[in-house]
Ligand binder design. Structure first.
Ligand code: PRT
Ligand code: ZN
Length: 307
């Protein structure tokens, strides 16, 4: 997380278009633009400018640093924004818990953990092992909050905006608190996770209240986002099966609503079963279906889904 930039755009804009603040460039940006694409929204202008128009719904994008997104939404310069839960929670805590923006929808991408890490060779034996430590981080609020809840004594945070993993070797801190994804950065720097203090994913955040026209656009956007999220997990499963096994097969199919059962031409003992499964379909479950007599089992991706 980096420090807030100086000049934020002022509020205003077209009252009939929803303003959505997104990260201009970085880890969140790619997944955010992919989500917009899957929602059928085309970003019509260059991503290097501050504003971009969206085709498909009346939405304008505000292209900014991720750290600025919570304040832009809270201050009314943007109606909604997409930001990491880690950044949103840090800013909310810094504001003392009275922050005029809320989570509208967790988006399920950019998943990561905020972790306290210590040198590998250190014998870590619970929170008390951190007593008296300096913790290098750019998440001072989340870290302090955790340290005090865990009753760690005399620990303090040292603000760093990058290269936290070097802090113990540089002698500026005994531990760090940073985002961990694969764990490769910690590993490469001789550190290990001591505590996970926050689980994060990208969030769609929004102003506490929006005018009706903008609320209508937000609901249309949310309908598409939820459709994309549902279709990412969902599979369309087809098979032929003995008529007598219909109920047993329904119990094996993960997260399936009532399956469609179709007669097969020329064989009254068998049927075709089609179902939308809302959860991952595992190889073990396919083996169970086969054991129940199912044949020609097909598992297909779903492109779009609207409930
Ligand atoms: O320029 P701007 O301020 O907009 O971007 P930024 O540099 O502040 O943020 P950026 O683009 O790096 O990350 C944006 C958001 O992505 C974060 O706030 C998190 O919500 C999320 N995210 C997901 C991550 C990671 N994964 C991640 N791995 N953010 C950072 N990391 C870094 C981490 O800081 C550490 O240096 O990756 C390293 C650890 O990764 P592993 O895989 O080695 O464990
Ligand atoms: Zn940032």
């Amino acid at each position: 997380m980096n420090s807030t930039t100086s000049s934020l755009p002022s509020s205003g804009g077209d009252p009939d278009r929803l303003r959505l603040a997104v990260q201009k460039k970085g880890r969140l940006a790619d997944d955010t633009f992919e989500l917009l694409r899957q929602c059928g929204l085309k970003v019509s202008q260059s991503r290097t400018r501050l504003y971009a128009r969206v085709e498909g719904l009346p939405i304008d994008l505000l292209l900014v640093r991720d750290d600025d997104i919570p304040a832009l939404v809270a201050g009314g310069a943007s109606d909604v924004g997409i930001v990491g839960g880690n950044v949103f929670e840090e800013v909310r805590l810094a504001a003392g818990g009275t922050f005029p923006a809320k989570t509208v929808q967790a988006l399920g991408f950019s998943k990561c953990r905020l972790c306290i890490a210590v040198p590998k060779e250190m014998a870590y034996d619970g929170a008390a092992s951190l007593n008296g430590f300096r913790v290098a981080t750019s998440y001072a609020q989340l870290t302090q909050d955790w340290l005090s809840k865990a009753q760690v004594k005399n620990a303090k945070t040292v603000n760093m905006n990058g290269a936290h993993e070097l802090a113990p070797r540089l002698g500026v801190a005994e531990a760090i608190c940073d985002i961990v994804s694969t764990g490769a950065t910690l590993e490469a720097n001789g550190l290990k996770v001591a505590e996970t203090i926050f689980e994060s994913e990208a969030l769609l955040i929004g102003a506490e209240a929006l005018p009706e026209a903008k609320m209508t656009i937000l609901e249309a956007l949310l309908g598409r986002i939820r459709g994309v999220m549902r279709s990412q997990n969902a599979k369309y499963v087809m098979m032929n099966a003995p008529r007598a096994a219909i109920d047993a097969i329904g119990e094996v199919l993960p997260g399936a609503e009532a399956p469609t059962v179709l007669d097969l031409a020329g064989d009254s003992s068998k049927v075709a079963i089609h179902a939308v499964c809302n959860e991952e379909v595992l190889w073990e479950q396919l083996a169970d279906l086969k054991a129940l007599g199912a044949t020609a089992i097909l598992v297909l991706d779903i492109d779009k889904m609207l409930a």
